[in-house]
Design a protein around this ligand. Structure first.
Ligand SMILES: Cc1ncc(COP(=O)(O)O)c(C=O)c1O
Length: 443
């Protein structure tokens, strides 16, 4: 009997042995193609020697010092690399150990920014339904995935939510561009109802990851919500924990829309699975307010920015740039999307195949015409995920709630950014088999 407190206590977990490139191997010698990159983490692939050596070399010198006492060369270097890749005007990086801590930090930095800027009544964060921002109490409060929130509902903070921007399942039943984007205008309506003097920040996943699986809004949406934030002195914050550092074919998802955010949370692709790291990238507008004000951010974590973790992340970013993985994700992602559409679009069970770069999603439906979802209890996406797993393909499945928060299912395809076209063909073949079998069973 295992002493691990697993999330699924009834599940028989296979044990990993090693991983290299886009492949993972279990202790029974079975090979899996990693089309999930863990969970959109292993962007540069597994087992990259340069990264492992960078961590080893730094650890030999010094693994850990407290960030409140010392800075370190790896942290300074990593911050320069991050700012070089970030949108114009981003100026400083706050470190932590993962995505939830990064988003939690966004909330606190935004709150303190408003105090520094002499607007102390502003504290609420508006976010959107059908989003995921992390699993701590504050980040669950920002998030919009009902199934993950419901057990903790009475712990959650009052944080207003607006509808998602999802043209496949428009919450207003309209079609773009005739719709005039009521999903963006709703932000202004809620700001007025809540009181602009209470709102510190608006937080979104610019391209939604695990909750809606790769929904990409129109460019005008992003421009309009940025404009609304400026009108009411609200920070525009983007959660790029899943999209940051190349996954969507640009350094950041927000780069697709030609807008500059005030705060960006990042994690997964920054450490690439080699080190646990998260960060908040802050615009000069934000850091200037701190410089002119208290000069003291009341927020920190014990492991934040330690030399070993920063050396690993610095090597991950250097590898990403040196091997043009961001451009590669743009080009190869388009090819992968086409291949998936060709292989799967005819299957009755497939409602939508979407995404950008190497963040792709397949929405499953009971009826293609009406977009009626399956009953959540059937867990059709879980079935598809298991079939793929047994046939040597890792994808992220079991995403339920894409239609209305309760029902609607999707598969997330978020492979390493080094996936080859032959590997895409293998993935498309297994997915087709899995979805054909699911059609036979569930329709
Ligand atoms: C957009 C987004 N924000 C936050 C998180 C939480 O990150 P972590 O699991 O590292 O705490 C995730 C994780 O999937 C995510 O996708």
């Amino acid at each position: 009997m295992s002493n691990v407190f697993y999330a699924s206590l009834g599940k028989d977990y296979r044990c990993v042995d090693y991983a290299k490139g886009s492949y993972v191997y279990d202790t029974e010698g079975k090979q899996y193609l990693d089309c999930a990159a863990g969970i959109a983490v292993a962007n540069i692939g597994h087992g990259v020697t340069e990264v492992i050596e960078a961590i080893y070399e730094q650890s030999k010198k010094c693994s850990y010092v407290y960030g409140g006492t010392f800075t370190n060369e790896a942290k300074e270097r990593l911050s320069e690399q991050i700012i070089r890749l970030s949108p114009e005007g981003m100026s400083k990086v706050f470190y932590c150990s993962g995505g939830s801590e990064a988003v939690e930090s966004i909330g606190k930095i935004a709150r303190q920014y408003q105090i520094e800027a002499k607007r102390p009544s502003k504290y609420k964060v508006i976010s959107r339904w059908q989003s995921y921002h992390g699993n701590t109490i504050a980040t669950l409060s920002y998030g919009g995935r009902p199934s993950w929130r419901e057990k903790y509902d009475n712990y959650l903070m009052h944080m207003p939510h607006i509808a998602q921007c999802n043209c496949y399942r428009c919450p207003y039943g309209l079609s773009y561009p005739n719709c005039k984007l009521p999903c963006a205008e709703e932000l202004e309506r809620v700001i007025k109802y809540e009181g602009a003097d209470t709102i510190a920040a608006f937080l979104i996943e610019p391209i939604v990851g695990t909750t809606a699986c790769a929904t990409v809004p129109p460019v005008e949406y992003m421009k309009r919500v940025r404009e609304i934030c400026d009108t009411y002195d609200i920070l525009f914050c983007v959660d790029e924990v899943i999209t940051g550092f190349g996954r969507t074919g640009k350094n950041f998802a927000v780069d697709h829309f030609g807008v500059v955010p005030d705060l960006i949370s990042v994690a997964k692709g920054l450490g690439g699975g080699y080190v646990p790291i998260g960060a908040v990238i802050a615009h000069k507008k934000v850091t200037d307010a701190f410089e002119a004000g208290s000069k003291n951010l009341m927020h920190s974590f014990t492991f934040a920015g330690n030399p070993m973790v920063c050396a690993g992340a610095s090597a991950v970013l250097a590898y990403t740039v040196e091997h043009n993985l961001v451009q590669r994700a743009a080009v190869e992602g388009e090819i992968f999307l086409k291949k998936l559409k060709k292989a799967l679009a005819e299957l009755d069970i497939v409602g939508d195949i979407r995404g950008i770069g190497m963040l792709l999603g397949i929405e499953l439906v009971r009826d293609q015409k009406t977009k009626e979802p399956f009953a959540p209890a059937l867990n059709v996406s879980g079935f598809v995920g298991n079939y793929c797993f047994e046939h040597g393909l890792l994808i992220a499945s079991g995403v339920i709630g894409t239609a209305d928060g309760i029902s609607g299912e999707a598969l997330q395809i978020s492979p390493t950014l080094i996936l080859t076209e032959e590997e895409m063909d293998f993935a498309a073949k297994i997915l087709k088999e899995a979805l054909t079998e699911a059609t036979r069973r569930f329709r």
